[in-house]
Design a protein around this ligand. Structure first.
Ligand SMILES: NC(=O)c1ccc[n+]([C@@H]2O[C@H](COP(=O)([O-])OP(=O)(O)OC[C@H]3O[C@@H](n4cnc5c(N)ncnc54)[C@H](O)[C@@H]3O)[C@@H](O)[C@H]2O)c1
Ligand SMILES: [Fe+2]
Length: 397
């Protein structure tokens, strides 16, 4: 098979795109944030980030870029790796008390989801959980859009959470994680600058990168005709297969970081079609044990692939071709993915990251209430989900 390479001229240049949302891509674009705020009439943004990122250089840089542009801002950083409803309430209060007119959500998926959830509730006054639309229709806003402007800036590659308003938030009462969104809410700008990921440590580069890869695999596997998402999934897999290992091995390689952040962005577009059992199970594990989302997914992936892939031969062939695997059979695909997980030092069971065996029944039942459960290519029974969860805990590969 011919070996295609990352296109340096494209990845290292600046690009502006108008869909899926207005996007400024390119190394160094972060410095333009003051100009973008002025363009959007933003004068007093609330910067939302997670507690782990607040002391990283990009937060200080952001505050400086805003004050250089004579703009006011404040920081809200009480967001944990799996954002919780009480943290969103705290952010809403800060937004109102500070008289802010916009949100800049900067960091990994947790920070961006935190900012997005705050933007849904802060000004609308609509209770947070009214934005969970499993079997309801979105609330009619009577022609008024009450959502403040939000700019998303990813610093992991990653969740692809920058293009949409969907936010995963933990319901602390139920111990479950739910997806919140509204069709009228959407970032006015996704600022995608690969330089922001240069300092991402090797383990987080690997975990967040595999999350992006799984968005493309699960999205592509959803049985629905959606060529836009499917095209994004295949291009995402193509970019990730060329960049992930390189980004882990050579953290300063801007070409690899650019390939990864775009692979992640496209993975975010791919899963607008849906996800599957990897995410359904992982969301509930994350809600209960506060495990890292990408790492949890990476461990579960082989178990769900064993269950899902038979019957998806054609799709597996196209994904294998996108990833330049020599063997495009189901076994070849699984072996290549397992080898990648080994190289990236992914544990072989959720028990290695603190998930106890006796949680399997509870996790299985909760997983079946996740939106992604119903999007899986095969309808799994409770016994089957229990089996997948127990395997993921004890020995996933
Ligand atoms: N809304 C969506 O579309 C969507 C999709 C997938 C995942 N998610 C959610 O995103 C979250 C996971 O996001 P994530 O994988 O990006 O991890 P994360 O946001 O939880 O971040 C992980 C850690 O990386 C640190 N970090 C972030 N950027 C860094 C950088 N440049 N350098 C050094 N450290 C950095 C953070 O401070 C944090 O400690 C989960 O809560 C998941 O549910 C949302
Ligand atoms: Fe994910």
């Amino acid at each position: 098979m011919q070996s295609f390479k990352l296109n340096e001229t494209d990845i290292l240049s600046n690009q502006d795109w108008t869909f899926p949302t207005f996007t400024a891509y390119g190394p160094g674009r972060f410095k333009e944030i003051g100009k973008f705020c002025n363009n959007f009439n933003i004068t007093n943004a609330l910067i939302v980030t997670d507690s782990g990122s607040v002391n990283l250089p990009f937060i200080n840089d952001l505050s400086n870029y805003l004050s250089d542009a004579k703009l006011k801002s404040a920081i809200y950083s009480n967001i944990s790796p799996n954002p919780r409803d009480d943290e969103i309430d705290g952010g809403c209060k800060k937004f109102i008390d500070g008289n802010h007119d916009a949100i800049i959500a900067i960091g990994g998926g947790s920070a961006m989801d935190g900012g997005k959830a705050i933007s849904l509730t802060a000004k609308s006054g609509i209770p947070l959980w009214d934005f969970e639309f499993l079997d309801k229709t979105p609330r009619d806003l009577k022609g008024k859009n009450p959502f403040p402007k939000i700019i998303t800036i990813p610093t992991t590659a990653g969740t692809g959470a920058e293009t949409e308003i969907t936010a995963m938030v933990t319901d602390t009462k139920k111990g479950m994680k739910f997806c919140l969104w509204h069709p009228d809410a959407r970032p006015c700008l996704a600022l995608v600058d690969p330089e922001l990921t240069l300092k991402l440590p090797a383990n987080l580069t690997a975990w967040t990168g595999i999350d992006a890869m799984i968005h493309a695999i699960e999205g592509y596997s959803v049985p629905m005709f959606h060529p836009l998402c499917d095209g994004s999934a295949l291009e995402s897999l193509s970019l990730i297969s060329k960049s992930l290992h390189l980004a882990v091995e050579e953290p300063d390689n801007l070409l690899a970081r650019g390939g990864m952040i775009m692979g992640s962005y496209l993975g975010g577009v791919a899963f607008l079609k849906g996800l599957g059992l990897v995410h359904a199970i992982s969301h509930m594990v994350g809600a209960e044990y506060n495990t890292h989302h990408g790492l949890t997914n990476a461990i579960i992936l082989p178990v769900v692939m064993d269950y899902n892939l038979p019957g998806l031969e054609e799709k597996v062939k196209r994904m294998s071709q996108a990833m330049q695997f020599e063997d495009s059979s189901i076994n070849g695909f699984k072996n290549n993915l397992n080898e990648m997980l080994d190289i990236l030092k992914i544990p072989r069971g959720l028990n290695e990251i603190g998930v106890p065996e006796d949680s399997y029944e509870r996790i299985a039942k909760k997983s079946m209430l996740d939106q992604a459960y119903g999007q899986n290519p095969k309808k799994a029974s409770l016994d089957e989900v229990k089996d997948l969860v127990i395997k993921s805990i004890k020995q996933a590969r």
